[in-house]
Design a protein around this ligand. Structure first.
Ligand code: TRP
Length: 338
């Protein structure tokens, strides 16, 4: 498919995903589950942010494996490479080139104020590398290269998106109108899933307690076990309320998967004990994730398919990005090769 010509009217959604860790049920019900439908309305560009991942030390073999896994995961979660663009960031060398130009448009002061830089430096005091510091400039380049309209961002990335808009505005002002200003994308639908062990905090893939999160690749028996062990309360009545965050969370999950309203869920489990209720939620989740897990395994085992999709994605991404980069180079006065 030609992304540049045939679908000009669709708005572009772009997101980068670091090749670290698998999505949780929270990511899935909050966003990933809707990807499938989003492809009809938008042009979706997703890439594995392997260049960004270099800011954290990791064994080469592990990084390679995780990059492949992340790519397979995107496809398994319903991204259709015929409709959307999926690629690995480093396969389009223009990201690095654009990153340098963006570095030169970023101020030391504003980069110093990034909370993620402060958090990550505190977490890895032995590896506060320059890439960690200029990370937002590389990210700004990722977004601006594709003239993205929307970027789905979690709370931890809103500051980086704001930074991207600042850099783009400054560039447009200094060199002439070049970049579209990207906006945050906040999906209409999407449940907020909480930890199974501490239902007052969000389910997070970095949680140290494995019982608190469901990975979308968890096997059925693991899923059932985690739901059985989910924290609830002593009232033994299935209804949502503020003082019952555990039960409310389980109901939210069930409702998001089945499409039933919270009232319908309350009715369905009236007079039912927590044991049976948890079993029903666990079963619903296991049934929902089974095809994703199976598809993931299938794709990951088919190395030829995976490689060929990566190659196609890289070619398309490069073609799109080269148009913006050429314009940018002209604007700043880099001589174009003839
Ligand atoms: N920084 C993002 C994260 O850690 C990953 C990322 C890199 C990204 N480039 C991007 C996200 C561009 C959106 C757009 O989650």
């Amino acid at each position: 498919m030609d992304h540049t010509e045939t679908t000009e009217k669709k708005k572009i959604i772009l997101s980068g995903i670091q090749p670290t860790g698998v999505f949780t049920l929270g990511n899935y019900l909050g966003a990933v589950k809707n990807w499938h439908e989003m492809q009809e309305e938008y042009l979706c560009y997703y890439f594995i942010a392997d260049l960004h991942s270099l800011t954290i030390h990791m064994e080469a073999a592990k990084r390679r494996a995780q990059t492949r896994e992340a790519f397979a995961l995107l496809l398994a979660c319903g991204i259709d490479p015929e409709k959307s663009l999926v690629f690995v960031q480093s396969h389009n060398k223009f990201h690095a080139e654009m990153g340098w130009i963006m570095d030169c448009c970023s101020q030391f002061g504003e980069l110093s104020r990034m909370t993620q830089f402060k958090d990550k430096s505190a977490k890895h005091p032995d590896n506060i590398n320059a890439g960690l510091f200029t990370y937002p400039a590389l990210m700004a380049g990722d977004i601006l290269l594709y003239q993205a309209d929307y970027v789905p961002v979690g709370a931890d990335q809103t500051q980086h998106l704001e930074f991207t808009r600042d850099v783009a505005t400054r560039f447009n002002h200094n060199y002439g109108e070049t970049f579209k200003l990207p906006e945050g994308y906040f999906p209409k639908a999407g449940a907020r899933v909480m930890s199974l062990q501490d239902p007052t905090s969000k389910m997070s893939k970095s949680d140290e307690n494995p019982k608190a999160t469901i990975s979308i690749l968890d096997e059925e028996n693991v899923i059932m076990k985690k739901f059985k062990a989910a924290v609830t309360d002593s009232e033994a009545s299935v209804h949502a309320s503020e003082d019952k965050p555990g039960v409310t969370n389980l109901m939210t999950i069930y409702s998001a998967i089945t499409g039933k309203t919270m009232e319908a869920v309350t009715k369905e489990f009236a007079g039912c004990g927590y044991g049976d209720f948890k079993e029903a939620v666990g079963t619903a989740v296991a049934d929902e994730l089974r095809p994703v897990r199976e598809e993931y395994k299938r794709i990951l085992d088919d190395r030829a398919y995976l490689d060929s999709e990566m190659k196609k994605g890289a070619e398309r991404a490069t073609a799109i990005a080269s148009r913006t980069l050429t314009k940018v180079k002209k604007r700043v006065g880099l001589l174009l090769e003839s």
